[in-house]
Design a protein around this ligand. Sequence first.
Ligand SMILES: C[S@@+](CC[C@H](N)C(=O)[O-])C[C@H]1O[C@@H](n2cnc3c(N)ncnc32)[C@H](O)[C@@H]1O
Length: 293
Amino acid sequence: MPAEEASSEKERRDVAAQLRIDVLTLFPELFSGFLEASLLGKARARGLMDVALHDFRAFATDRHRTVDDKPYGGGPGMVLMCEPILACLDSLGLPPGTPRPAGTRLVMLTPQGDRLEQRRVQELARAERLVLLCGRYEGFDERLRDILEPEEISVGDYILTGGEPAAMILIDAVSRLVPGVLGHDASAEFESHDPQTKWLDYPVYTRPPEVRGHKVPEVLFSGDHEAVARWRLEQAKRRTRERRPDLLAATEGSRQGEGASEREEERLVAERIRRMAEVSRQQRRGRHPNKED
Ligand SMILES: C[S@@+](CC[C@H](N)C(=O)[O-])C[C@H]1O[C@@H](n2cnc3c(N)ncnc32)[C@H](O)[C@@H]1O
């Protein structure tokens, strides 16, 4: 084995995956390109994350491998049966009805769940193991909720054909918070929907300095890291006010009293400016790569 391959093989064995994700799905093939490409593919190859796909049809007991049936009481569509999913969880060492190990979170993807937000993504990224249930057809037999008491998560107020795209959204959002997955962990620090500020991201520009008469703002050439950070935060706040005033109202409303809210925001802004300027300085000195993947 060439030396380079041997060392990456050794790295793979030495690093215990920080996050294991089990996906229960009837369509594992939908995940193939998604899991192999880009950051996620690299994170898995480096052993930072482990994603296992489980087709719960394999746990159906009849000749036809049935996983769904007509709804009691009539009505359109088919309902996912309990037993194949319960047996699949059993096989993963998660017997339904018994307490799950600390650090393991069981998530049911459903349009009836809590809408996924960055704060929840941060919490999920701290888990040791995530188990994701992907529904299909008319959804899950209600008794799966009673038996498993899963966290129920929705990726938005619209209906997908199946839970797989929702699981991919969740895996993607969580994976970039697993330490080491982003080339530059600070990339995840300054982004839209930060649970602390709730601000949208600031505008970004790259070469050339002028495109069809549209110029890059002067301050970005100043070399003054504090001035750049201050400008970026002003922009972030302005565009949030213009595009998503609901986000600002949510954070401002959750702070106690006007004066306290202003002081809290000043503190937050000062801290952000300091941190953004520090990251830019480090980058100048070549300590951080710019590209995420
Ligand atoms: C067609 S949907 C079933 C919708 C269900 N009849 C309802 O109205 O609540 C089939 C599966 O897709 C997944 N799904 C659909 N929309 C979703 C969303 N917005 N977020 C998460 N999962 C979703 C769920 O796993 C669901 O069981």
